[in-house]
Design a protein. Structure first.
Length: 127
């Protein structure tokens, strides 16, 4: 199980760094790059065994809450095929749907890292 988590952390770290790089031409680049790079940093910390479970828990909570803003706005109703049909976002709604998906990926992976890191703390007798 540990090897699968290590591979997952490596792959998601690459994905998060790539997503941060893609933000270079976005008008709100800093907050999106920060979100993706913080998630990538959590993956690196987990790979080297230095991840405090509270950090990914906080990141997951923030990203899930942020994604809920998009859900409440009805972005979830956009067809998945339309969201990722073309490289370039043809409308602001497509961009919002992609943002929501990115936040969802971060939230889910950070949730898994939280559970994994928390379990390791419990096994080592740490709070």
């Amino acid at each position: 199980m540990r090897a699968v988590l290590q591979i997952g952390n490596f792959l998601l770290m690459l994905l998060f760094v790539f997503a941060a790089v893609l933000q270079y031409n976005d008008d709100d680049m800093l907050r999106w790059a920060a979100a993706y790079l913080i998630a990538a940093g959590c993956c690196v910390a987990a790979m080297v065994g230095k991840l405090n479970w509270r950090v990914p828990a906080l990141v997951a909570t923030i990203c899930a809450g942020w994604a809920m803003i998009y859900v409440a706005d009805g972005v979830w109703a956009m067809p998945f095929s339309e969201t990722f049909a073309e490289w370039e976002a043809k409308s602001p709604r497509v961009s919002e749907a992609r943002d929501m998906c990115g936040l969802g990926v971060i939230a889910v992976w950070m949730g898994l890292l939280t559970l994994s890191a928390r379990r390791m703390c419990t096994e080592l007798g740490k709070p």
